[in-house]
Design a binder for this molecule. Structure first.
Ligand SMILES: Cc1ncc(COP(=O)(O)O)c(C=O)c1O
Length: 296
């Protein structure tokens, strides 16, 4: 199904799950604050399931008893962790044994720099996985163009929800995108964009090492953002608030957690800024984190 962005995929799936009697969905902890809002606003209760260095904890998911789970296996948002092979197998086994639905958000799979591409879960378990993607990260979020592939048993419920939502999305953008794909232009664009994003990622990491030395940086191998951990006891909401007032836009890591705990940190996106802008922004951020009074 072609959707108006991944966001509509979340919406129609959440509504289909609700129509099928589900009231809750397992959700990565930490996980995307934005996606959380979408799923909650469509009536699902989110049950936090911890993410560690191998991705989502499938044993904890199993214990939670939820009938569905939302995951970002290729590049977990926000930690950047890749779902380890053993966990991928365990997650599919969970879905087959319980009849649970895996909702896979492949939100930035096109951008990986220092590691091999990771195949999507849907490719190995099409009867268990609802796959969501969009052009938002690769082309432009304003296009509102995405896709959703669901197991056969969910097809009618999802199609009905989409029909009630809008009877179908605009077709001109779809035709233009089809042409871009068929001509090879999309692949060329992705190759160029990958090089440019890698340059931006490198500039951001270099600037962080210079202006905020000693802080742990994670999630750099792929995607369009990274996470920098702040020293224990720092209020990351307050730092992010001061940064916003200074014209910067980091997101506080604590906001990505449903149940609190864990180290403070900042989620930094680098897709929209040239290397020089990133250097200037991090110099400013460094002052805000290390000596907040002088910086305000
Ligand atoms: C992890 C993740 N995936 C996807 C989206 C939405 O993407 P789209 O612009 O395709 O609706 C968001 C934002 O809400 C997000 O945080």
């Amino acid at each position: 199904m072609v959707t108006t962005g991944a966001a509509q995929g979340f919406a129609v799936l959440a509504a289909a799950l609700r129509a099928g009697g589900a009231t809750a969905i397992g959700f990565e902890e930490p996980g995307s604050y934005g996606v959380r809002g979408h799923l909650e606003s469509h009536g699902l209760r989110l049950v936090p399931v911890p993410v560690d260095g191998d991705g989502i904890d499938v044993a904890a998911l199993d214990r939670s008893g939820t009938p569905a789970v939302f995951v970002t296996p290729a590049h977990q948002f926000p930690t950047g962790v890749v779902l380890a092979p053993g966990r991928r197998a365990a997650l599919v086994e969970w879905a087959r044994r319980t009849g649970g639905l895996i909702v896979e958000d492949d939100y930035d799979a096109e951008f990986r720099y220092d590691r091999d591409p990771v195949g999507c879960l849907q490719g190995i378990a099409p009867d268990e996985v609802a796959y969501i993607g969009s052009v938002s990260k690769a082309l432009a979020p304003a296009l509102r163009l995405g896709w959703l592939a669901v197991p056969g048993k969910w097809r009618d419920a999802v199609a009905e929800r989409k029909a009630w939502a809008d009877l179908g999305g605009p077709v001109l953008e779809q035709l233009a995108f089809a042409e871009l794909l068929a001509s090879g232009g999309y692949d060329r664009h992705l190759r160029r964009a990958r090089l440019e994003h890698r340059r931006r990622r490198d500039a951001l990491v270099t600037a962080l090492r210079r202006h905020l030395p000693g802080l742990r940086i994670s999630g750099v191998a792929a995607g369009l953002h990274l996470v920098v951990e702040l020293p224990e006891g720092v209020d990351d909401e307050a730092v992010a608030g001061r940064a916003r007032a200074a014209g910067l836009g980091p997101l506080p890591l604590s906001r990505m957690r449903l149940s609190g705990g864990g180290p403070p940190g900042l989620v930094l996106g680098y897709a929209a800024n040239a290397p020089g802008e990133l250097e200037t922004a991090v110099a400013r951020l460094g002052t805000l984190v290390t000596s907040p009074r002088e910086a305000v």
